[in-house]
Design a protein around this ligand. Sequence first.
Ligand code: 8YV
Length: 328
Amino acid sequence: MPKKKPLVVVTRKLPHVIETRMMELFDARLNLNDEPMNSAQLSAAVGEVDVLVPTVTDRIDAAVLADASRKLRLIANYGTGVDHIDLAAAAERGITVTNTPDVLTEDTADMTMALILAVPRRLAEGERILRAGEWKGWSPTWMLGQRISGKRLGIIGMGRIGSAVARRGRGFGLSIHYHNRRRVGHEMEAELEATYWESLDQMLARMDIISVNCPHTPATYHLLSERRLKLLQPQAYLVNTARGEVIDENALVGLLEAGEIAGAGLDVYESEPALNARLLNMDNVILLPHMGSATIEGRRDMGEKVLINIQTFIDGHKPPDRVLGEAF
Ligand code: 8YV
């Protein structure tokens, strides 16, 4: 007798090709209108599914997981960050959690590099002036930014994305510095000519540009606290394409307003999709709506990973992208 297909709920709309394959392989329930699910809907879903496919917009906390039926064995997250899932509560219930690493590394590093270039060179500001019809013509002393080449880039979190940012940074003449829970191997340090700082405080005080590339975990929540942000030099820029929670957003806004740092490039925020409204009026800040990994190819590859993780699990094997612990 053929095996019954597992019931899989996909919480958001995914690329067509992925959704079609989901339907072919599993008893899949898709989200046609792409409305994010609220906690009551998530609780109802975990109460009946075998596999849940959430995204960063779903809060899978202990309260939601308390409503999970015994059938729920796998949460196959569509995305790399898993800070929206209570991993301890999932582990307690014997639920496996998988994610989609690697496939969004280059796209996210591209977006990080784009911000590293765009903020000191005032790209968005120039474009706004042009669109507003306020450009009066070229001038030798107008719209001057900061040179990128020769500056120091301090990367917080030298994992896949952090090291991909470092490679790009090298190409633009930046010298690479990093802080990580563990020092990376000698070979990688040599390839990137990277300087390791065991002390984040000491690194922060000396960099021209800081890039946040670590995951949000209990250990990295507000890692860039007000105290640490105040260590930055007044000419320093801060770029965050990781998670908003790693930076005390309110403190950052205060520093920007006071001119205590030169500018910021942000793709992520503490309470998405909300952001501190004071940021909206700052010319030295570039704001993006969490689109670091938003490429057609990346979204398809993420979906492929989810499919492989589910199918491998159902076939009785360990899925390749099991989330085992904290990566920072
Ligand atoms: C994804 C991300 O778009 O994968 C991640 O951790 O932050 C994003 O790039 C999102 O998480 C999809 O769930």
